[in-house]
Design a protein around this ligand. Structure first.
Ligand code: ATP
Length: 307
């Protein structure tokens, strides 16, 4: 499928362990505290020399992903090519395992993956700080996809600090039939919270302590997402999904980001397998995925510098 001289980058999905959303800022963005956690659901982004910029999308979660220059991976390649003063003459091949419009930052992951892959293909050797700066230009969730692990994002979510976290967590992800548009979920949150004085978002001490302790029970109790009421308002089926997770033995569950994917924490791998079966049997979701976290950010898995 992909010609020789290509570079493939594997890049993880994220769940938000905390998403605290403040008031809308004058620039339209909301002030956030976002605790990102990279999980073992991933996309593979391959960049190969070509006569012109082209995008091919494959994989089990390819539905709804544009195969043109509006694709975030194509935008990343164009941005880097512009910075380097060269043509963006590459084929970008995406193998999607991350659901589109699922609240797991799949598009951002592809943008991060394409930046790293094109940098390696072209032998540009950009410093990490430069890649992170380009990533932030592409979108608030893109820097985290480069960094991975568990990290606290401030501002629009793009100002990252690694979280002190230990341990390894077992997740079950319930994927929904229909995606949700991130701007629509923020607009619904603004509508639901209209007239309320919103506190400045702050990292949850309870969550940070649970991460430092590597304690899944405490972590499950500390999961929180200010966008969850808005996501469930637009997709009322999420109430049944969250209930099915609880009934299936999850330690806790939360809508990830702007949804509609629900992330459930399990006590161990065996409990996660049982929970995955229960969620699938409940008929409240399209598909179920097992994952663990934290995992590393975007990394080259095949190919390397050419030219
Ligand atoms: P977030 O968690 O950052 O809010 P999301 O996971 O809800 O994002 P994405 O999968 O990143 O949403 O994509 C949102 C929309 O962006 C899609 O509906 C699709 O039209 C468009 N899009 C552009 N490029 C991509 C890509 N590479 N993968 C997925 N969607 C993309």
């Amino acid at each position: 499928m992909v010609r020789d001289g290509s570079v493939t980058v594997r890049v993880p999905a994220k769940v938000n362990l905390q998403l605290a959303v403040g008031a809308a800022r004058p620039d339209g963005y909301h002030e956030l505290v976002s605790v990102f956690h990279a999980v073992s659901l991933h996309d593979d982004v391959t960049v190969a020399p070509s006569d012109a910029l082209r995008v091919v999308v494959e994989g089990e979660e390819a539905a709804g992903v544009p195969a043109d220059e509006t694709n975030l991976a194509a935008r990343a390649v164009l941005l880097l090519a512009g910075r380097l003063g060269r043509e963006a003459d590459v084929l970008v091949h995406l193998r999607k395992g991350i659901p589109a419009a699922g609240g797991m930052a799949g598009g951002s992951a592809d943008a991060a993956g394409a930046l790293l892959a094109a940098d390696a293909l072209w032998g540009a050797g950009l410093e990490r700080a430069e890649l992170l700066e380009l990533a932030a230009e592409l979108g608030s969730d893109v820097p985290f996809a480069l960094v991975g692990g568990t990290a606290v994002g401030l501002g629009r979510g793009e100002r990252l600090t690694p979280a002190l976290a230990r341990g390894h967590f077992e997740w079950v992800l319930a994927l929904a039939e229909e995606g949700l548009s991130t701007p629509a979920v923020y607009a619904e949150a603004d509508r639901l919270r209209a007239g309320r004085v919103l506190p400045e978002p702050r990292p949850s001490e309870r969550l940070m302590a649970a991460l430092r302790a590597g304690d899944p029970v405490a972590l499950a109790r500390a999961l929180e997402n200010d966008l969850q009421p808005a996501a469930a308002s637009l997709a009322p089926g999420l109430h049944a999904t969250l209930q099915a997770g609880e009934d299936g033995g999850a330690l806790g569950g939360v809508v990830s980001g702007s949804g509609p994917t629900c992330a459930f924490l399990a006590a161990d791998a065996e409990a996660a397998d049982e929970l995955a079966g229960a969620l699938l049997d409940s008929g409240t979701c399209r598909a179920v995925r097992r994952a663990h976290g934290p995992v590393a950010g975007a990394r080259v898995v095949e190919g390397g510098a050419r030219e």
